[in-house]
Design a binder for this molecule. Sequence first.
Ligand code: NAD
Length: 444
Amino acid sequence: MKIAVIGAGYVGLTIGAVFAKFGNTVYIVDVDKYKIDMLTAGEVPIFEPGLTEIFQGAIKEKNVSFTTELSSALDNSQFYFIAVGTPQTEEGEFDLSFVKQVAKEIGKELNTLSSNSEHKIIVIKSTVPPGTNRLVKEMISSQITVPNIRFSVVSNPEFLKEGMAIKDFGSPDRIVIGAESEVARDMMEQLYHPFALKRDKIIFMKPINAELTKVIANSCLATKISFINEAANICDAFDGDILEVREGVCSDSRIGWDFYFPSVGYGGSCFPKDIRGLMSISKMRGYYPKILQSVDEVNNVQKLYLAKKIDKFYSDHGGLSGKTIAIWGLSFKPRTDDIRESAAIFTIQHLLSKGAKVRAYDPKAMKNMEKEFGDKVKFCGSKYEATQGADGLALLTEWDTFKAPDFQELKSMLNIAVIFDGRNLYDPGMVKSLGFTYCGIGRG
Ligand SMILES: NC(=O)c1ccc[n+]([C@@H]2O[C@H](COP(=O)([O-])OP(=O)(O)OC[C@H]3O[C@@H](n4cnc5c(N)ncnc54)[C@H](O)[C@@H]3O)[C@@H](O)[C@H]2O)c1
């Protein structure tokens, strides 16, 4: 199959790589020339495990090419995947300007086709509010003046997780396809056939329901996180331990374990904006979503929960101003360099505003965080270097390298032996027995 993927971000690059790996011919398009030049030179502009290797293989097999020219990619393709960003506006709505721009350009391009050209499938991969499929279809149609141009607009939301993106896309739990025409359903089924060889994973539905599925699924996951975080904060109020409580609660099979782990809140480019976008569009339809409002509010508080514990600790140790805090972990989750809405951003902003200095280390996200803070933060070459001469350590992302540090070495580096554990990685009893003060999330 011949596929154009528009948008070379975390989603576009992943789906482009996997489609190419399966033998399709893939054209990846982006307006960002710097990204396209890097990709053409065999370098991947983001960190996602396994992506570079797949692209190197696909380039060798001549299954993938990269361009800033939309028209050349579209001319050669049957499927047009829209994978551009849909960030949040200041009002908390989905910003559809990139999607609309692409829809308009696709419409213009379809207009140049002859009337007997093949049926084109335009697939919305970006996360969009319900109703976008109809909007995109109307925008494309409004550009077309030539008779008998055949096309369908399909909603095919993406559920991948950064850090696990290749596995999640190549071997998904489900493939949701919102398509109205039979020809679109058949073509999508053929395209996804290699993804569902062992069991049928394709769920066909109306486009509006596919759009709703994505934003409601993300809202559900965010709700689980805010729920366990609120439970952790209640445990703190009673000097309880959320991890013991979690065992007692989550071993009920009706509740389960997944996505119930207390932390400094959820971040990333998806949950925060998707939940706010869904709230906003629901209100426009006259429904005020109370649970989602609370989920967002709890998360906003949680992102600064560790920072507030840091404040409290130093108020008894001469104040935070002038202290140096080491930060381990900057990305919003491990195995990615993505820092969008990361708890580290909020925590560092808070520390700097209180007059503290920050020394930071992250295996992959330092370049991105440097763009955010410049020389206001000292970025270090290793996790221990970050702790050198610091007055405490705050752990914000659960990268593997932070899971079992040499605590003796750590203690020898720190002026004040205190660990603020935003991911509950460490055993408080063990850490305290080594002479550290320990502050976790919901652990008393
Ligand atoms: N990142 C995730 O984990 C994830 C998971 C599922 C769904 N999504 C959704 O997928 C979409 C893309 O997310 P992302 O994280 O890959 O975004 P991203 O910001 O990493 O990448 C978007 C890319 O689109 C490009 N772009 C913008 N306008 C363009 C245009 N007119 N033509 C060509 N390229 C253009 C940008 O230059 C950028 O490279 C969003 O709607 C997001 O909500 C993301």
